[in-house]
Ligand binder design. Structure first.
Ligand code: ZN
Ligand code: ZN
Length: 147
C-alpha cells in the first residue's frame, strides 16, 4: 500500500485528484473536482499576487520614493551606469515589494516600472537607464508569477 505523502508511515489508498500523490483522510480537502491534497487545494495563484488597495498605496509610496530618490542620486554620480541602473531597478522593486507587505506580481511590477521611469526623468538618466531599471524591478517582482 502506498504511504501518505504528508504522514510517513500512514498507509492509504486515497490519492489527490490533481497531483495523484497518496494522501490519508487527515489531508483530504473536498473541492468541486474531488478530494485534493492540502497543497493542490490551495488557490493556484499565490495570495501574494493579489494586492489590496491599501497595500498598493504602500507599494506606490515606497516605489516612488526609491525611484525618485534613486534616479536623482544616479543622475548626480554617473558611475557604473549600466550595472547601477539594474541594481537601482532591483532596489525599487524590493521597495515596492516591502511597501506592499511582501507582495509580487504584474500589478506591482507595473508600479515599480512607472516609478523607475519617473525617477529616470527626475535624474535625467535617459531611456536606457529606465529600461534597465525596469528590467531589474520586474525580475525582482516576478519570480513567483508562474507558481
Ligand atoms: Zn495534490
Ligand atoms: Zn496524511
Amino acid at each position: 500500500m502506498p504511504q501518505c505523502s504528508f504522514h510517513p508511515g500512514v498507509e492509504t489508498e486515497m490519492r489527490c485528484a490533481e497531483c495523484d500523490r497518496p494522501i490519508c483522510p487527515k489531508d483530504m480537502v473536498l473541492t468541486p473536482v474531488g478530494y485534493k491534497c492540502p497543497v493542490c487545494a490551495k488557490p493556484k495563484r499565490s495570495q501574494y499576487t493579489y494586492v489590496k488597495p491599501k497595500q498598493l498605496v504602500g507599494a506606490i509610496g515606497a516605489g516612488a520614493l526609491a525611484g525618485v530618490a534613486g534616479g536623482f542620486l544616479l543622475g548626480m554620480i554617473h558611475l557604473g551606469f549600466f550595472l547601477i541602473s539594474i541594481v537601482w531597478g532591483m532596489a525599487v522593486g524590493e521597495a515596492v515589494r516591502r511597501g506592499s507587505g511582501g507582495h509580487r506580481g504584474p500589478v506591482l511590477a507595473v508600479v515599480a516600472a512607472v516609478c523607475i521611469v519617473i525617477g529616470s526623468l527626475v535624474g535625467q538618466l535617459g531611456l536606457l537607464a529606465a529600461v534597465l531599471g525596469s528590467l531589474g524591478a520586474v525580475s525582482t517582482l516576478s519570480w513567483t508569477w508562474s507558481r
